[in-house]
Design a protein around this ligand. Structure first.
Ligand code: AMP
Length: 642
């Protein structure tokens, strides 16, 4: 598919032309009869007002000028020497758009194909030697890593020479910028900057408009991934394959969104892997357990608790390790808890001190607020090292100073620490273990540098925590090892890695049914949480009326009996039931989680040869059509080097 103006205008409508069109009304006829003036007054401003999905193409590629010139006689008339607008100008514009449906000639298009997840950005060639990277797509920072010639995982620095790339995107008039520059721009133009997008993965839109537009989180994340891909390509040559990590506690819609983001970035997503599992793989590699000769002491597997507190998400997982095998046994977490919440507490503390001093709240000023966030994150890091930190905030033309002590900070954030402590206790219990059975406590994620976290964990586990893996890089390094393992299965890996990984599902899978006694809607769990993956289960449903053409089943993830307290994964519609089917005919729906926690749904009519079709409709994710269109737009933009 190659996107064209017809398709884009069909999707977005022509209303964005309104302001440019109406500001011509009443002007002298020359305003539009003169080509140069018409360009300045309509063609250029209307393009600037076009939806982002359109502007990612070049105006030439979409024949924008041609369209606008063809539009001129159809929607304007010049009787009386001044410009007037035809009453049904939008209809005329839409009709004209239908003629601009010829494919844009830009060579092959990047688009996720239905049969494979492989996506090469237009013009890219497959690399001669297979190169795969591991990507830790973090809420606040991201890291990309690969295996060196000796099979050792190493991080790849970005163009600034940093290992950590801030997961922040600036949508500028001239293009997009990812990383440190975007963070700096956030202080000046916060409405053009998207951060913490990982928290919105699985939702329809990023939480607030960027430059006036609501963007899908997958699209914003794809910019971060493309930047990492390009940084890796500078070191390794072309990079097309990747393993991307996700929090173990990510539900299915968030997993799907992450894979889609990778595909939009022009990556073949070999797989997604849980962050704590990736960290455990790296730990096992460092301890020599990936090596054929590596032995785990004793006659039982080593039980490792991975506590992962990043910028925006939190996970605890117990992994059993034996020689070359990693088996997750229990996991829990919170996708809305991370370093950002500690920053927020400091923002609150500093702002309240300033309110007392100034009688005015700096949080009401967007620039001062952005400043508060930046200085708070820096102060938080200082408080990991020192008993006191100073925050500087620019507000009302003056630089204000606030001091916070570690004790005050720890007291204010104690409820956050307690939340992670409770989760860790639950996970150990769900694994059927006690703390005495846990052999190692491994910490990853930048936020585990906070002394309050280390203290709490040591107290809980009754042992020193293991600090041998890099809090920032362990996840990306584990993902790089896993990527190599997957390449090996395709016969193209480094030959260094050999291990097995068993994952579990982090949320129970259920279907919504009606309680026959009370008539209430209830979630009926069919695959319980912490089941080893892959796992499959089937459930029978009955048609309720004779001659019923279809059956609809709502699929949810969550532990509660109440559907509203769970996450809706999608609606499964079983169509094409044969005619004259009596009421009460059984339809069997099969659900299976792949090793990466992605869901497949199938259906069959019990006792019938007739084939039925199952459509799994997801409300909150990009439709396949939209995904194709975005893939087109983003690859057009990448080709233009924006
Ligand atoms: P990650 O997602 O693992 O890169 O973790 C990023 C989070 O770790 C951010 O919220 C950082 O502010 C936080 N972080 C990094 N270093 C420190 C530190 N020294 N003390 C406290 N938090 C830190």
């Amino acid at each position: 598919m190659a996107a064209n103006l017809q398709q884009l205008l069909k999707k977005h409508g022509v209303d964005f032309l309104r302001a440019a069109v109406q500001q011509l009304v009443g002007r002298p006829a020359a305003a539009i009869s003169d080509d140069q003036q018409y360009r300045q007054l309509l063609i250029d401003p209307a393009w600037q007002a076009a939806p982002m999905q359109m502007r990612l193409f070049s105006p030439e590629g979409l024949h924008w000028e041609e369209f606008c010139f063809a539009l001129r006689p159809r929607i304007f008339n010049l009787t009386g020497g001044t410009v007037a607008l035809a009453p049904k100008w939008q209809t005329a514009a839409s009709e004209l758009a239908d003629q601009f449906g010829t494919a844009v000639d830009r060579g092959s298009a990047a688009a996720p194909s239905a049969s494979s997840s492989a996506v090469l950005a237009a013009g890219e060639k497959a690399p001669a030697r297979a190169a795969a990277v591991g990507i830790d797509l973090g809420t606040t920072y991201s890291v990309v890593a690969h295996l060196d010639a000796q099979g050792r995982p190493v991080s790849i620095p970005n163009a600034n020479g940093d290992i950590l790339t801030p997961s922040v995107v600036l949508f500028d008039r001239d293009g997009t910028v990812v990383g440190r520059e975007a963070v700096l721009a956030a202080a000046i133009e916060p409405d053009k900057v998207a951060d913490c997008v990982k928290r919105d993965m699985g939702a329809k839109h990023y939480r607030r408009p960027i430059g006036g537009e609501l963007l899908p989180p997958e699209v914003i994340s794809s910019y971060i991934l493309r930047r990492l891909k390009d940084d890796a390509a500078r070191k390794m040559g072309n990079v097309s394959k990747a393993v991307i990590t996700v929090p173990a506690y990510f539900d299915e819609p968030r997993r799907r969104a992450t894979m889609d983001a990778g595909r939009l970035a022009g990556l073949e997503v070999l797989d997604i892997i849980n962050e704590p599992t990736a960290a455990a793989i790296l730990y096992g590699y460092q301890e020599g357990f990936l090596d054929r000769s590596g032995k785990v002491a004793g006659d039982r597997p080593l039980r490792v608790l991975v506590y992962d507190l990043g910028g925006g998400t939190f996970d605890v997982t117990v992994v059993e390790m034996s020689n070359q095998s990693f088996k997750a046994v229990a996991t829990d977490g919170d996708v809305q808890l991370g370093g950002k919440d500690w920053d927020e507490k400091l923002v609150e503390m500093a702002a309240e001190m300033l309110v007392l001093e100034l009688g005015d709240d700096p949080r009401n000023d967007p620039e001062a607020l952005q400043d508060l966030w930046l200085t708070s994150e820096a102060a938080k890091k200082t408080l990991s090292e020192r008993p006191k930190a100073t925050l500087f905030v620019n507000y009302q033309g003056r630089r204000h100073k606030v001091e916070v002590t570690r004790d005050e900070f720890e007291e204010a954030t104690a409820p956050l620490v307690l939340r992670t402590r409770t989760t860790a206790e639950i996970v150990v219990m769900q694994a059927g273990l006690t703390w005495a059975d846990i052999d190692r406590v491994v910490v990853v994620g930048g936020s585990t540098r906070m002394p309050m976290i280390r203290r709490m964990l040591e107290e809980l586990a009754g042992r020193a925590i293991d600090l041998t893996v890099s809090a920032d890089e362990a996840v990306a390094h584990g993902a790089a090892l896993y990527a190599d393992l997957l390449l090996q299965k395709q016969g193209i890996g480094s030959g260094h890695t050999q291990f097995a990984v068993t994952n579990i599902n982090s949320h129970s899978l259920g279907v919504v049914g009606t309680d026959p006694v009370t008539g209430r809607q209830l979630n009926r769990i069919i695959i319980p949480k912490n089941s080893p993956l892959p796992v499959a289960a089937a459930r029978r449903f009955k048609t309720s009326q004779p001659n019923q053409p279809s059956v609809k089943v709502t699929v949810v993830e969550g532990e509660s009996e109440l559907p509203d307290a769970c996450i809706e994964v999608g609606i499964c519609v079983i169509r094409d039931l044969p005619p004259r089917l009596p009421a009460g005919s059984p339809v069997e729906v099969g659900y299976s989680y792949g090793e990466n926690g992605r869901l497949q749904v199938t259906a069959s009519l019990v006792g019938h040869e007739a084939r039925v079709t199952t459509e799994f409709v997801r409300d909150n994710s990009l439709s396949d059509d939209d995904l194709l269109l975005w893939a087109e737009c983003l690859s057009a933009e990448a080709e233009r080097g924006l």
